[in-house]
Design a protein around this ligand. Structure first.
Ligand code: PHB
Length: 381
């Protein structure tokens, strides 16, 4: 039977969605990605170009991990949000995204012991749940510094730093805040039993290991409201020596804690590592119990392509899908999905370099004028 104009089935990823008070016109989210172009910890004008390139009407962008204090600069030239100078530098970036009609959430982070930059001899050790360092990465030539386990009486200060960062993010104009509770950073160092060797009320049982993040969520709900807060988790990922012996139990417990806050906006979960079968990524689809249990919006992330993204949205496995590397390389990703257009390849070697243009704002858009897909591909490897 011939297609009737306008009657084609909608593309699931490009359908509208109500996320709490926010009207999204599609479900293709920019995942938070460290980009290392914020010199001296201050976001730069090139970030306004980068983010606004990826903004579309009714789309949702999540910022790169933005650190909450001077003792959290674990990667070179990452942005912070604890000084007024940083807040003022974020404002025009947020404005540029809003002018394109998109929503912008700020991901706030503390790296804990994950220091890839050098710690000078006279600098204090990084803070963590533990005194154990991350195993050296021989391939990358990184020896992680020995951290210092936080004392109980220091935890409120770190929570206060997160709180100031969340307040600052709202002051800078962000629509909401995502807490970085993933990828082996400080909060996971407390949550996961491979990294938490404490014997006090912040270690041992699941409840004790989650106490830090639960207290933090409480505090930020008071500061900015549950309606503009999200939490990113990676219970199944074993990055930076953070592994849990019961990731399902951990994820279920955390979702239950979030559900205690009426209207808690979203839970953003990273899939376990993908397997490649017959040359294609196979999404493990291990997050379904948590999507079912969580009362707010559920965002899935981790190696999705267009087809898998459409599938999980139409199956009700995820409300939204966050795209990292392919959104980095395709500033007009939702449009390409709409047209079924080919994608630029990403260039891994420039993910974390500091050039304000190369590998950052120079990925080509589709040539919209003639609708041809003639944009040159960025070469890889
Ligand atoms: C993160 O912020 O989660 C992150 C940062 C840098 C990486 C990987 C993950 O290389």
């Amino acid at each position: 039977m011939a297609h009737q104009a306008g009657k084609e089935a909608a593309i699931p990823l490009l359908t509208s969605y109500q996320m709490g008070q926010f009207d999204l016109s599609h479900r293709v989210v920019l995942a938070p990605m460290t980009r290392c172009r914020s010199y001296g910890g201050v976001p730069q004008p090139q970030a306004a170009v980068y983010y606004s390139q990826r903004a579309s009407r009714g789309g949702l962008l999540i910022s790169e991990g933005t650190v909450i204090s001077a003792d959290s600069m674990g990667y070179p030239e990452i942005p912070g949000i604890w000084t007024q100078e940083q807040v003022d530098a974020w404002k025009p970036i947020v404005d540029a995204v809003h002018r394109k009609g998109a929503l912008f959430f700020c991901q706030i982070a503390h790296v804990g012991r994950v220091y890839t930059t050098e710690i000078k001899v006279d600098e204090p050790a990084p803070i963590s749940s533990t005194d154990k360092a991350v195993t050296p990465d021989d391939e990358a030539g990184i020896v992680y510094p020995k951290p210092r386990g936080l004392r109980i009486d220091e935890i409120p200060r770190v929570i206060e730093d997160f709180r100031r960062a969340a307040r600052n993010a709202i002051q800078a104009g962000f629509d909401g805040v995502e807490i970085h509770g993933a990828h082996g950073f400080l909060l996971e160092q407390f949550m996961k039993d491979s990294a938490n060797d404490r014997t006090d009320m912040y270690g041992g049982s699941l409840e004790n290991r989650c106490r830090f993040v639960v207290e933090l969520v409480d505090s930020l709900v008071h500061e900015v409201g549950a309606h503009r807060l999200g939490l990113r988790l990676s219970p199944f990922v074993d990055y930076m020596d953070c592994v849990d012996s019961d990731p399902e139990g951990l994820a279920a417990y955390l979702v239950e804690q979030l559900n205690k806050h009426q209207g808690f906006l979203y839970c953003h979960m990273v899939e376990p590592r993908m397997a490649i079968v017959d040359g294609r990524r196979q999404i493990p689809h291990g997050l379904l119990p948590f999507k079912k249990a969580f009362k707010g919006t559920f965002i899935a992330a981790g190696g999705y392509d267009q087809e898998e993204g459409n599938k999980v949205v139409s199956d009700g496995y995820a409300d939204l899908v966050a795209y990292g590397r392919i959104f980095l390389a395709n500033p007009d990703l939702p449009r390409r999905f709409e047209l079924g257009a080919p994608l630029n390849e990403y260039e891994r070697s420039t993910f974390y370099t500091q050039d304000p243009v190369i590998g950052y704002t120079d990925y080509p858009f589709l040539d919209d004028n003639n609708n041809s897909f003639s944009a040159p591909n960025v070469s890889i490897e």
